[in-house]
Design a protein around this ligand. Structure first.
Ligand code: PMV
Length: 319
């Protein structure tokens, strides 16, 4: 059996995090500068059914059968086998590598699951549809935090900008005019489960007020959707600033995020906000192409541990 390789990109949420969990729309885009990669190979000397996993980035060398039942990689692999109704695979190995920082809002877990699921299904001779891969990745995402909206698995498996609403069919966004973003990492690891839980508590304590914040975020996403499709990039910066202000009111920004957001704006970014769960992880800044390097340097001077410059809309991959 020939080896099979699959890759999946990182992602960032442009608009709508947290509110999306409560039914508001959100926008996310793939980040092709970072990626997860899985290679599945037949093992001549292995026993039938044995899957050896090697993931040097997380110091994991194990047999799939030895992993806990709720280990994300085990759930991803079992998901493929039950989807394909296969009880035992030929002996094989899965090698997993990733350049996507972990726990930072760049979709590392969704990308790793996507790569593993696609590579294993491909190796077994039964590539799965995008929708099936997305549904399987969603099951793994539930382990990371109990009530994911589904935006991460959707954008990573689609590999295109998406306008996402919970329980609605996948909507990709045609980009009217490409635009550049600088992504800045606070270096502070963040747990999406914790921030989602904090927002849930705030919502329970003050439903009316928090619902209004969600709706305000949803409006940013809706207006941004129109602006992106029409190529009105200049409208996106103020919408990002507005979205950031509401996220701060929701309590999911942090001093480190605020510092990076402010320094990006001072260095000529057209708008900036946190991206993902917040309280750490990454922020994003919308920039004119020629200012990307300056904003990236300003972010590093303000404490960003890593920056990525990415262009949205230049790598449209047809579905
Ligand atoms: O931290 P990330 O990048 O996985 O993003 C979480 C986004 C939330 O809206 C906070 C949660 C969700 O499931 O959509």
């Amino acid at each position: 059996m020939p080896a099979f390789t699959a890759t999946a990109p990182g992602k960032i949420i442009l608009f709508g995090e947290h509110a999306v969990v409560y039914g508001q729309p959100a926008i996310a885009v793939p980040v092709h500068e970072v990626q997860a990669r899985a290679v599945v190979r037949a093992q001549i000397h292995g026993e039938r059914g044995e899957i050896a996993i090697s993931a040097p980035g997380i110091d994991l060398e194990a047999k799939c059968s030895d992993l806990n039942p709720d280990h994300p990689l085990k759930v991803a692999i079992s998901g493929v086998l039950s989807e394909l109704d296969i009880s035992g695979t030929p002996a094989c190995s899965i090698r997993l590598t990733s350049t996507i920082p972990i726990a930072s809002g760049l979709g590392s877990s969704a990308a790793v699951s996507t790569a593993v699921i696609r590579a294993l299904a491909g190796f077994l001779g039964h590539p799965l549809s995008l929708e099936r891969v997305s549904a399987l990745v969603y099951e793994v995402e539930k382990i990371h935090h109990g009530t994911p909206s589904g935006i991460d698995n959707t954008v990573v498996t689609t590999n295109q900008p998406v306008y996402f609403e919970k329980d609605q069919p996948i909507q990709t966004i045609p980009i009217g005019k490409p635009f550049a973003l600088v992504i800045g990492d606070t270096g502070v690891p963040t747990s999406t489960a914790d921030t989602v839980e904090a927002v849930r508590q705030a919502y329970q304590e003050n439903q009316g007020q928090v619902q209004r914040l969600f709706e305000s975020i949803g409006q940013c996403a809706t207006q941004a959707h129109t602006a992106i499709k029409n190529g009105n990039v200049s409208q996106l910066g103020p919408l990002m600033d507005r979205n950031q202000a509401v996220l701060a009111d929701l309590g999911v920004s942090s001093p480190e995020l605020d510092r990076l957001v402010e320094s990006a704006r001072q260095a000529s970014a057209l708008g900036a906000k946190l991206s993902g769960g917040g309280r750490g992880g990454n922020m994003i800044a919308l920039v004119k192409d020629e200012k990307a390097a300056i904003v990236s340097e300003a972010l590093e001077a303000a404490g960003a541990t890593r920056t990525i410059i990415t262009k949205v809309g230049t790598q449209q991959i047809p579905r």
